[in-house]
Design a protein around this ligand. Structure first.
Ligand code: SF4
Ligand code: FES
Length: 274
């Protein structure tokens, strides 16, 4: 699902807009949008999260692009083609549109591959009004909200407002989605299940959600959150959920314990990515 500039689903032709990057791009590692956010986290030679981020510096706004987290949904290309053009180098020209426009388009990037830093004193990205997770059919979990991602020992890994988490279990950059689900033809066995907690219709007290990556297991979400399918139908509303990220649950999007049966491995081996 592409939550592009018009909030519409990804057009069928979207995959024609794959971004292409030259092999000689100089990737650099930096801290993320919250200052201490996006980063490597190594634990006994296991990489929990990694990101390669390129900065495109303009006069009024700097665009931060996470190479790994871009799944080529083209909301940026369609939202501000004068700024984002995958056929040109550099593919991002931050000053080609007013900074407010650039910021607005960046905030439609559903994966969090794009962020910005204002250099003109303009406002940063506001905290979303609510925390939502959209379950894309045969695809990832799109988180939007005020979230802190932690490992199962509660070590903070990332703070962000937009993340696409792998749900098929086959991404090479877990926990992020890298579009592998589309390449391998991942399919949900059945339509996403509605959790009984979805019956609670009252307002949730808002606050941040803590997203805990259980080693070789599910994603634990703690905090006020609403989970919907890609058609906007409510699946869950509450403050605690265990979401499958191994691809094998028969109760999607919720974990049913199948990760143990298939011996799911959630971490990335350093040797495979360096
Ligand atoms: S940067 Fe974001 S909006 Fe642009 S193509 Fe990649 S995922 Fe889509
Ligand atoms: S993570 Fe898939 S069943 Fe638990």
């Amino acid at each position: 699902m592409c939550t592009g500039p018009a909030g519409k689903s990804r057009p069928a032709a979207c995959r024609q807009n794959w971004l292409v990057f030259p092999a000689n791009n100089a990737y650099i590692f930096i801290t993320g949008p919250f200052g201490s956010g996006c980063k490597f986290h190594n634990d006994e030679d296991i990489v929990m999260i990694r990101e390669r981020i390129i900065r495109y510096k303009g006069e009024k706004i700097t665009v931060l692009f996470s190479v790994d987290r871009c799944t080529h949904y083209s909301a940026c290309l369609e939202g501000a083609p004068e700024v984002f053009d995958s056929l040109k180098r550099p593919w991002v020209v931050p000053d080609a549109a007013p900074p407010d426009t650039v910021a607005d388009v960046i905030m439609t990037c559903p994966t969090g591959a794009l962020h910005f830093e204002r250099r003109d004193g303009g406002p940063g990205e506001p905290a979303p009004a609510e925390n939502t997770i959209v379950v894309e059919t045969h695809g990832p979990l799109y988180f939007k909200g005020t979230m802190e991602v932690r490992d199962q020992d509660e070590k903070p890994l990332l703070k962000d407002t937009r993340v696409a988490f792998c749900r098929c279990g086959m991404s090479k950059i877990k926990p992020f989605c890298d579009d592998t689900h589309a390449r391998v033809g991942f399919e949900d066995a059945e339509a996403p299940e509605t959790h009984p907690s979805a019956d609670s219709t009252g307002p949730l007290v808002q606050g941040k959600i803590v997203v805990t990556l259980i080693k070789n297991g599910p994603i634990k979400v703690s905090g006020p959150v609403t989970i919907k399918n890609e058609d906007g139908e409510l699946l869950f509303k509450g403050t605690k959920a265990l979401l499958c990220r191994c691809g094998a649950s028969k109760r999607m999007p919720f974990c049913d314990g199948h990760h143990s049966k298939i011996r799911f491995e959630s971490e990335i081996d350093c040797a495979r990515i360096v």
